[in-house]
Design a protein around this ligand. Structure first.
Ligand code: SAH
Ligand code: SF4
Ligand code: F3S
Length: 470
């Protein structure tokens, strides 16, 4: 057996931003324990972080795990493990389905990774841990490599129980991390160069509603009493942090106090991801979303009053059981009425152990595909129109790194979360906020050139706060 110091690992991540963040914390833990990050093909330990939200996500992970466990025949000593939501949902059953698996750890049990790997190397196992005890604060605060924009999980689990959704089943009851731990984490990554913090939760503005997170209940410096606006204020005040985002939102969290925080704290970006799922009250009621169309619009209106430039993005499910052509057309009209700045459209996928699983999956696969394509085309048109309106205007871009499409260009985002690329220039580096003149627009991105006159260095986040143009 090789010494642990020589062991390498790779983590393949499926699913949402929360999984990405969990993988990052897992990487930090393994590096602290002497493991070295490696490409998948060469790694001694391969870990797959999985998602259960739609059947397709699980099928992808299954395929990957099948291939990986097959490689063990050629490579004795290779360890293959599965973590995340699908690990939680299926537990023991996964080890029966895939006999080569060495461990199965639920999303709250990732601190057990080093011991599960050790057990596999001793030939003990498979280890299955889908327990309810959450990972310790030290694990949650861990970061390996710090980028310009950093995800921070603040609210774990979900109490809503939408009829179609597996998340409450795999992520458990809502629990908010103590604010002190969140702020310790933000301060640490800010000291290492992070400039933007994205606060994550399934219904993120419910932060601190199910359990206490602040040591005292007296109002914050800005007079905020609700736990979430207080956290926004505190994160924005951390030296080096120029932008704060949060996702996903729920209309019940769009309070007057949140609106005031968005108006008064310039670092809070004028963007909200507020999944609506459907524009039909009938469907919303059967989904158990906890709002109707009118209440959703009122929530958007409250935030738009506070920040008129607010961009609203959303998630939509097409083909939910019983969704009629009329319901679908209502969704179409609603998306136009709100003027979503971006929309992620999903075809309904029945999930075991959810209430809707028992209901007839009444919309055919072809019809789901059609509705999906119609909404995508609508959204593309809206995207293109709204982004073309920015041609000739200046936008402030937080530079994140080389563009994925063309490494000679930098890419970054505007406050409303539009992706912008521009030619690399001397003196500009990731973490800078630069003003870019938009020359060209597509449905997904903006392209332009830096107007050097407005180049704000990393040390002058105040410049952005006064100069936001998009
Ligand atoms: N907590 C977030 C969303 C989590 S899941 C929220 O409520 O806003 C991300 C998205 O996946 C959801 O917004 C929904 O649009 C989609 N989704 C969830 N369950 C699904 C299912 N069974 N079939 C298709 N899409 C689903
Ligand atoms: Fe799922 Fe609804 Fe919770 Fe979102 S709010 S994670 S859709 S149950
Ligand atoms: Fe998927 Fe789990 Fe996220 S089910 S969407 S990875 S919370």
């Amino acid at each position: 057996m090789r010494a642990k110091e020589e062991m390498s690992f790779h983590i393949r991540t499926y699913g949402c931003q929360m999984n990405e963040r969990d993988s990052e914390a897992a990487r930090a833990l393994l590096e602290r324990n002497g493991y070295r990050l490696e490409e998948e093909d060469a790694a001694d330990v391969v870990i797959v972080n999985t998602c259960s939200v739609r059947d397709k996500a699980e099928e992808k992970a299954r395929g990957k795990l099948g291939l990986l466990t097959a490689t063990k025949r050629r490579r004795s000593g290779r360890v293959v493990g599965v973590i995340g939501c699908m690990a939680q949902r299926l537990g023991e059953a996964l080890t029966e389905e895939l006999p080569g698996l060495d461990f199965v750890l639920g999303p709250n049990r990732l601190s057990a990774l080093p011991s599960a790997i050790e057990a596999a190397r001793r030939g003990v196992g498979p280890v299955v841990d889908t327990g309810e005890t959450r990972d310790a604060a030290e694990f949650m605060e861990g970061h390996a490599e710090t980028g310009v924009s950093v995800f921070v999980n603040i609210l774990l689990g979900c109490n809503r129980g939408c009829a179609y959704c597996v998340v409450p089943r795999v992520r458990g009851r809502e629990w908010s991390r103590p604010a002190a731990s969140v702020l310790r984490e933000v301060e640490a990554v800010a000291a290492r160069g992070a400039r933007e913090i994205v606060l994550l939760g399934q219904s993120v503005m419910a932060y601190g509603r199910s359990n206490a997170v602040w040591e005292n209940e007296s109002p914050s410096p800005g007079g905020y009493r609700e736990p979430f606006p207080r956290l926004l204020e505190a994160v924005a005040a951390v030296p080096g942090i120029a932008r704060v985002r949060f996702t996903s939102g729920h209309p019940s969290g769009c309070t007057e106090e949140l609106a005031r925080a968005m108006a008064e704290i310039p670092a809070v970006c004028p963007h909200i991801h507020l999944p609506v799922q459907s524009g039909s009250d009938r469907v919303l009621a059967r989904m158990g979303r906890g709002y109707n169309v009118e209440q959703y619009l009122a929530a958007v209106e409250r935030l738009r009053c506070a920040r008129p430039e607010l961009a609203v993005t959303t998630d939509i499910i097409v083909g939910f059981p019983g969704e009629t052509e009329e319901d679908f057309e209502a969704t179409r009209g609603f998306m136009d009425a709100v003027g979503f700045d971006q929309a992620f459209i999903f075809k309904y996928s029945p999930r075991p152990d959810t209430p809707a699983f028992a209901w007839p999956d009444s919309v055919s696969a072809e019809e789901k595909a059609r509705r999906n394509a119609v909404l995508l085309a609508d959204q593309d048109r809206r995207n293109l129109a709204s982004r073309r309106r920015l041609i000739g205007r200046a936008v402030d871009v937080l530079v994140e790194g080389p563009s994925l499409r063309n490494v000679r260009r930098w890419a970054g985002r505007t406050p409303v979360n539009h992706i912008v690329t521009f030619d690399q220039m001397n003196g500009i580096q990731p973490g800078d906020i630069v003003r870019v003149l938009v020359r060209r627009a597509t449905a997904q991105s903006l392209h332009g050139e830096v107007s050097t006159a407005h180049h704000f260095g990393a040390s002058s986040s105040a410049a952005e706060k006064g100069g936001t143009t998009a």
